[in-house]
Design a protein around this ligand. Structure first.
Ligand code: GAP
Length: 477
């Protein structure tokens, strides 16, 4: 299935490895002309859920930040993987993965010393050539660069998450938002991690897209006023002690599984969002971070994972209570005051973070929508994520049919409907092409259209056809 999806994605311009003509570079993917549209639709749906529905703000900050930002956030010291390299062939490995493969238990909590000891104890060697593995060391995942020339150059890093750049201007949002809590700030943009072994296509990239929301809250008010809207949602849960639960969001709250209502609310909102994007909801589960996995400052952290038939479990979003850690850290290092005065109290707000990747949900939308049988291959994207809403076809390329079809097409575009015009090949071939990029409606203009202003609409999923008046087309979408 994965290979088939990749093949179609390349052929139809959804996504493909970058720099292909130069042999490629692991961890980088292009969005093609069709994929870019789906990606934008995913991003716009996130905006709809947070900027429109929650009235959160949206900001855009630079991708590069000076070193101080990463000292304060802790990334310079702690954003590391434990790396070892083969002395013989030079192949790099995540040491915890090698030890994990040997012991059959998760090892990402192990220290450099523990990993070194285990490699020696269990005689773990290079899986590729059998060579000896070198000493394990902390490898920082951030890309380092310099801004400016010569002695004026400033050591900087490509951001590994959008969150930190959002925190820096907290006081500006506080002013713009008229000094009230809670409020949320969304940032959509690129992040970079120099991953040791990027793999599984878009699942582990070195340059990727995030949509991260920071909700600034009063630490004494972590209740969600709209929790009732989602409280009865049924969810599959894996708690921090590896116990599975089938429950509702309110059940998870009442049972003490989730630390606070805001986390539960945003987990529910994310499930709803993924479903509306077109991700199979039956493949989703909420997974709580274990004690040794969670950042020391976080009071509770959850991921939503999707079970891919071809790639296994994929983490799509992290929802975390980051307490006042980030604002306090930036305040300490920069000297900026990050406290607020509210209701006679002075305090540093806490942050609930909802950290979406875009590339992973993009892949999961594609995979969830993929259908293949003896007759055809198609993507059943919901209208909100489909790259185009409609395709318009002239039946033949003569007798004023193309002019009439062009009129229908222009009319749709004028109404803001994202349509495409395709006049090449048989109608059957054109349907097949539209199916392979998941266009929900195909409109054919024929000789009768010239007489009675009607067209044939063909519905992608059912393949049913219906004759409708041209002016009624938008009502069919
Ligand atoms: N600010 C918190 C943060 O960055 P994260 O869990 O490391 O948290 C959030 O990342 C989301 O970003 C993930 O759930 C995932 O969807 C996406 N993501 C993280 N690393 C990625 C990578 N190397 N390639 C593609 N997506 C990635």
């Amino acid at each position: 299935m994965y290979q088939e999806i990749l093949k179609i994605s390349k052929r139809r311009g959804l996504m493909y490895p970058s720099f292909e003509i130069y042999g490629g570079l692991s961890g980088f993917y292009d969005y093609g002309p069709v994929g870019s549209r789906i990606k934008q639709n995913i991003e716009n749906l996130i905006r709809e859920y947070y900027v429109l529905d929650e009235e959160f703000m949206e900001v855009e900050c630079p991708i590069l930040s000076p070193q101080d930002v990463w000292v304060a956030s802790g990334h310079l010291d702690n954003f590391t993987d434990k790396l070892t390299e083969c002395v013989k062939c030079g192949e790099p490995y995540r040491a915890d993965h090698l030890v994990e493969d040997k012991l059959g238990v998760g090892c990402d909590h192990m220290s450099v010393t523990q990993l070194n000891d285990n490699i020696i104890k269990y005689k773990i060697s290079c899986p590729k050539c059998g060579g000896r593995l070198d000493k394990v060391y902390d490898y920082n995942l951030m890309f380092k660069t310099y801004v400016g020339p010569g002695k004026y150059k400033v050591c900087s890093y490509l951001r590994p998450e959008t969150a930190q750049s959002t925190y820096l201007s907290f006081k500006r949002y506080w002013e713009v938002g008229r000094k009230k809590l809670p409020f949320g700030v969304l940032q959509i943009g690129r992040s970079f991690r120099n991953e040791i072994s990027p793999r599984k296509g878009m699942v582990r990239l070195r340059e990727f897209n995030q949509a991260e929301i920071q909700v600034f809250v009063d630490p004494e008010a972590k209740n969600a006023p709209r929790f009732d809207e989602l409280s009865s949602m049924e969810v599959d849960v894996l708690d921090g002690e590896d116990k599975e639960h089938q429950t509702t969001l309110s059940g998870a709250m009442d049972g003490g599984l989730i630390d606070n209502q805001l986390i539960a609310y945003f987990l529910g909102k994310s499930v709803k969002l993924f479903k509306e994007m077109g991700i199979n909801p039956d493949a989703l589960r909420l997974r709580q971070h274990k004690d040794d996995e969670r950042a020391f400052y976080s009071s509770d952290t959850w991921d939503i994972e999707y079970l891919s038939p071809s790639l296994g479990r994929i983490e799509l979003v992290g929802v975390s209570d980051r307490t006042d850690y980030d604002l306090t850290q930036h305040s300490k290092l920069s000297g900026a005051n990050m406290q607020v005065s509210l209701d006679g109290r002075k305090f540093t707000p806490h942050v609930i973070e909802i950290a979406y990747g875009i590339d992973r949900p993009f892949y999961c939308v594609i995979e969830s929508a993929f259908h293949q049988d003896d007759k055809r291959t198609y993507f059943s994207f919901p209208p909100k994520t489909a790259p185009y809403t409609a395709a318009v076809y002239p039946l033949v390329r003569k007798d004023n049919i193309p002019e009439k079809a062009r009129e229908v097409y222009d009319n749709l575009r004028e109404k803001g409907v994202m349509a495409l015009y395709d006049r090449t090949g048989s109608i059957g071939k054109r349907y097949a092409r539209a199916d392979e990029i998941g266009v929900p409606y195909c409109i054919t203009v024929d000789y009768d259209s010239l007489k009675d202003d009607t067209v044939t609409i063909r519905f992608r999923d059912s393949m049913q056809q219906e004759r409708v008046k041209i002016k009624e087309i938008p009502s069919k979408f």
